[in-house]
Design a protein around this ligand. Structure first.
Ligand SMILES: NC(=O)c1ccc[n+]([C@@H]2O[C@H](COP(=O)([O-])OP(=O)(O)OC[C@H]3O[C@@H](n4cnc5c(N)ncnc54)[C@H](OP(=O)(O)O)[C@@H]3O)[C@@H](O)[C@H]2O)c1
Length: 352
């Protein structure tokens, strides 16, 4: 008799192959259309380095209007200058701390004023912060009452990775919906093309760590997992909102099928990007607990790391609601749902 683990392994591998084939097919179909997008008005938060910086270059090469935001104003100016060299139509930099709600509102208002006709097509949250030490370094010693440094680290991780993108969604979604309504009102659905090409989008970068556990990254994993819970749910709410609007249009316009088609409302596409390890970005140096790191703590090998250029290009050229990079991590997620011990063992070997 075959052992259960072998049967589970074969089933999981088959599912992985099928899912990969379907995804590759969908990807090729849309890739050409996505790469030819023009007239984009995009807001990039976390654009002073790493993936956000390179995403700015992808948009710049297509002649987009770009708002670059982050805290380091000097780095933003450098990215702006390169964007203009690459062909961006216009670039505005807005010094922004993502954890400050008033600053996020200011970013929205400055963006609306900056873009011709005030419409925003895409908002991408690229900001993020890592932790690199085992949770043990944050434990209160017996009798210790004021471990403020540990409190600050925990709060900072969740403020930047989890709370800020939720506030960002609160503040920018109405503006993105206004763009969707404008597109719906001024274009005929039969000439629009697929939703991911024409619909405005709100994209947040989480991490594979939001889907899979990693030792010494407990705060990072948990704060990134929160993004998945929130944005996956928000996507369903947004799709249901548009389905209800469509129904309302049916009532008013059912006598005129052509008009109904022409006015079909559009959802805002809510996207999550979950990359594995990326080399050559500032993420490790700026870890919330970098000052507590000691020799002997787990490290992850950077050998198989992706480049920020590659991740930015894939983000631009792919249209999935949840984009996992590299794609094979979906297999690890699937296997973990049936054999968690196997993936946890591999994670403990990866971070050693
Ligand atoms: N590197 C990896 O291995 C990896 C793997 C998976 C996922 N990710 C995720 O990918 C995203 C981009 O990371 P990266 O690797 O490109 O790192 P990075 O080079 O450190 O970029 C992070 C960006 O976030 C900005 N940022 C940080 N805190 C901010 C705040 N409070 N307000 C506004 N902006 C803030 C930084 O700009 P300022 O400092 O100028 O504000 C910077 O532009 C992050 O969400 C990260 O978690 C990275």
């Amino acid at each position: 008799m075959l052992p259960w683990t072998l049967i589970i392994g074969v089933v999981a591998a088959t599912v992985l192959v099928l899912v990969t084939l379907v995804r590759v097919h969908a990807r090729h179909k849309l890739r050409r259309l996505l790469s030819s997008r023009r007239d984009q008005h995009v807001v990039l938060l976390g654009a002073s380095s790493g993936v956000g910086e390179h995403l700015a270059y992808e948009y710049a090469m297509r002649g987009a209007h770009i708002v670059l935001a982050a805290r380091r104003a000097d780095r933003l100016e450098r990215v702006k200058s390169h964007c203009l060299d690459l062909g961006a139509a216009a670039v505005l930099t807005v010094s922004t701390d993502a954890t400050n709600v008033a600053a996020l509102r200011n970013l929205r208002d400055e963006s609306v004023n900056f873009f011709p006709d005030g419409h925003i097509n895409a908002v991408v949250y690229c900001a993020g912060i890592l932790n690199v030490c085992p949770f043990d370094v944050l434990l209160d010693a017996p009798g210790q009452e004021n471990n403020e440094q540990a409190t600050r680290i925990v709060d900072r991780m969740f403020n930047i990775n989890a709370l800020a993108p939720i506030h960002l969604a609160r503040i920018f979604l109405p503006a993105l919906r206004a763009t969707a309504d404008h597109i719906a009102a001024t274009t005929d659905v039969r000439e629009r093309g697929p939703v991911p090409v024409v619909a405005p989008s709100l994209t947040v970068i989480s991490s594979v760590a939001g889907l899979l556990p990693a030792p010494s990254r407990a705060l990072y994993c948990s704060s990134k997992a929160a993004m998945h819970g929130f944005f996956d749910s928000l996507r369903i709410e947004e799709q249901r909102r548009v389905a209800n609007l469509t129904k309302a249009h049916d009532v008013r316009l059912d006598a005129d099928v052509d008009r109904h088609l022409a006015y079909a409302p559009l959802p805002v596409q809510i996207r999550l990007v979950a990359p594995g390890t990326i080399g050559g970005t500032d993420l490790r140096q700026t870890a919330a607990d970098a000052s507590l790191w000691r020799e002997g703590f787990p490290q992850v090998s950077n050998k198989a790391a992706m480049t920020p250029e590659f991740v930015a290009k894939e983000m631009f050229m792919q249209s999935e609601d949840v984009l996992v990079l590299p794609t094979w991590y979906w297999g690890a997620v699937a296997i973990r749902s049936v054999a968690p011990g196997l993936i946890d063992f591999m994670a403990s070997k990866k971070y050693k």
